[in-house]
Write a protein that binds this ligand. Structure first.
Ligand SMILES: Cc1cc2nc3c(=O)[nH]c(=O)nc-3n(C[C@H](O)[C@H](O)[C@H](O)COP(=O)(O)OP(=O)(O)OC[C@H]3O[C@@H](n4cnc5c(N)ncnc54)[C@H](O)[C@@H]3O)c2cc1C
Length: 552
């Protein structure tokens, strides 16, 4: 209650990756900040390690969602059939709902986008039916903020990454070690004449910022880190914000709408929060500030803009040109599996990813864009059983048991986040009937990405097969890609940056067009999502937006 009545300069919706960064910068600069986060502030011991309920395999639930039944979404499949989905179901397109957001349990790949990722339409044209566009900023505009994110969050990397993205300063942490599988893959890439290096990961390979180094445990991606070596805003910028005593974090606080005045200025937010710390009962509250920042992730930020419709803005905030919620994208992920030859063993130690090539991000004949390719994260036995056994093996019985024993340490997978060609029909809208526990219309996800994406993904799948074969894999297998909506954990694009208000939702810094003091610092801003994991770009944009807010 006191949080709501105190005077604030800034309210931030969502204490995830982008929201935590904005909080850190603004509080350090003297701003009084209120962060409203709908999840809880989970300690290591609060995030269960059940192999069937976590963020990489959420068969029966996940390990961060509070009250899953109270937060459904509606998913519409490509045939137009709508159904209600819960957070642990694949079509929900979930990220972790907790302080830290997705980065509380992420795989930590912290890539800069390629310079050409910012000028996709100029380089490839705009395919009919797609919404492929250039960013209103260039790689050079973002480079200083990439560097800042790498140093303030903590990224371990190999300077050879300058091969695709120029950089001035070395990474603050040495790269993750090359495993025997990584060395084997490197020899395969050499045979093909492909460049390769150790991918950048936001992990403490040595102690950094007062926290310990990674111990390479086997329960990595999808779980909390036992040594707190996994870096995100939750253990860097956010604690720094709270330490200033100018920042208040309220958890289990679900923001329902942004309040605007007749002139379009955001004056505050309405939110639901428990009536007492451990109470299941909630009450509707309001809080006011001079600046409002939305950082709820690409799906929930779009939903919030739409939920905040007013008589002056009947279609939602920032939705003057009907872009809010459109261009929803993630990455297509072709996965190619293989069996290592005798004598090469996959130690399956965390984080697991240790060799990548950016040979195919651009310049691929006949297709648009491409992807970085790398070996996969450390794999739980149940994930190996479920998705990576050779397709002709029986799923049960003695033969399967033998295969699990004999092949688990011989499995190898390559995967690559294929840059999507966005479609305006891949979108978030408000569902007309289904409501969440607060009575608010839930996000309705519909459409597919553009078909050109499938062609690029098939090209990348073929390159991954070629790599495993050249390295000497005993067997190689994979499945063809199909057209679908893929927002998922890399969700982006629903409030894209644009210099001209007719082309997007925010200005080139992330300020919502038409609303001077309303900002966004999450994946919604991405015009395109690069052929790389997106989080470092989300962070760089958040640093840039927060600096701009302070300058004015
Ligand atoms: C298992 C896993 C592995 C991943 N691996 C990688 C990787 O290796 N590399 C990479 O680049 N990315 C990875 N990601 C994705 C990455 O975590 C996300 O891209 C990133 O966290 C998105 O940042 P964001 O600021 O847009 O949103 P988030 O970090 O998702 O934060 C949004 C926050 O807002 C809160 N919120 C939403 N709506 C409301 C509301 N109405 N009121 C109050 N609070 C609200 C949410 O609870 C959440 O905490 C991974 C994600 C997962 C789950």
């Amino acid at each position: 209650m006191s949080a709501a009545s105190a005077p604030y300069d800034v309210i931030i919706v969502g204490a995830g990756l982008g929201g935590g960064i904005a909080a850190g910068l603004l509080a350090a600069a003297g701003q009084r900040v209120l962060i409203l986060e709908r999840g809880r502030d989970l300690r290591y011991r609060d995030i269960p390690t059940d192999h069937l309920r976590h963020h990489r395999l959420s068969l029966y639930g996940d390990n961060t969602t509070l009250d899953p039944a109270g937060h459904p979404r509606v998913f519409v499949d490509p045939a137009g059939r709508a159904r209600t989905v819960l957070p642990h179901e694949a079509d929900y397109n979930n990220n972790a709902l907790t302080v830290g957001g997705g980065a509380r349990v992420w795989g930590m790949q912290a890539w800069r986008f390629h310079p050409d990722d910012f000028r996709m339409a100029s380089r490839y044209g705009t395919p009919v039916g797609s919404s492929l566009a250039d960013w209103p900023i260039s790689y050079a505009d973002l480079a200083p903020f990439y560097e800042r994110a790498e140093h303030e969050i903590g990224v371990a990397g190999d300077h050879a990454s300058t091969r695709y993205a120029p950089r001035e300063r070395a990474y603050p942490l040495p790269p993750v070690p090359l495993s025997p599988t990584g060395a084997w893959l490197a020899r395969g890439a050499d045979t093909l004449g492909w460049s390769h290096f150790t991918p950048p990961l936001a992990v403490n390979t040595v102690p950094y910022h007062g926290r310990a180094a990674c111990v390479q445990c086997r329960q990595c991606i999808g779980f909390a880190c036992p040594t707190d070596a996994r870096n995100g805003s939750h253990n860097t910028l956010l604690p720094r914000a709270l330490a200033t005593r100018r920042c208040t974090l309220v958890t289990r606080a679900h923001v329902a709408r942004v309040i605007t005045d007749a002139a379009g200025r955001a004056t505050g937010v309405e939110y639901f929060a428990p009536t007492a710390p451990d109470s299941a009962q909630t009450a509707r509250r309001t809080a006011h500030a001079k600046t409002i920042i939305l950082a709820g992730g690409a799906i929930e930020t779009a939903r919030l803009l739409l939920l905040s419709a007013s008589p002056q803005h009947p279609h939602g905030l920032g939705n003057h040109s009907d872009h809010v919620g459109r261009h929803l994208q993630g990455h297509y992920y072709p996965v190619v599996s293989g069996l290592l030859p005798p004598g090469v063993e996959n130690p399956n130690l965390g984080p697991g990813v240790c060799l990548a090539t950016t040979q195919f991000n651009h310049g691929n004949p006949g297709v648009i864009g491409g992807a970085m390719l790398a070996n996969d994260f450390v794999k739980l036995p149940i994930i190996f059983w479920r998705s990576h056994l050779p397709p002709d093996l029986p799923r049960w019985g003695l033969a399967n048991k033998r295969a699990m024993r004999d092949l688990y340490l011989r499995g190898i997978d390559l995967r690559g986040p294929v840059q999507e060609i966005p479609s305006p029909d891949s979108r978030v809208t408000l569902d007309p009937t289904v409501r969440d526990r607060f009575g608010l219309p839930v996000a309705r996800l519909s459409g597919t990405t553009h078909p050109e994406t499938v062609r690029t993904a098939e090209f990348i799948r073929a390159r991954a097969e070629e790599w495993l074969r050249a390295a000497g894999a005993e067997r190689v297998w994979s499945s063809p890609m199909d057209l679908h909506l893929s927002a998922s954990q890399h969700q982006a694009g629903t409030a894209r940056l644009a210099a001209d208000p007719r082309d997007g939702v925010t200005d080139p810094f992330g300020r919502v067009h038409g609303h001077d003091n309303l900002w966004i610092t999450d994946g919604s801003l991405h015009v395109t999502n690069g052929g790389f994991n997106p989080a470092l770009t989300i962070m760089a944009l958040a640093f840039r937006a927060a600096e701009k807010i302070l300058r004015q």
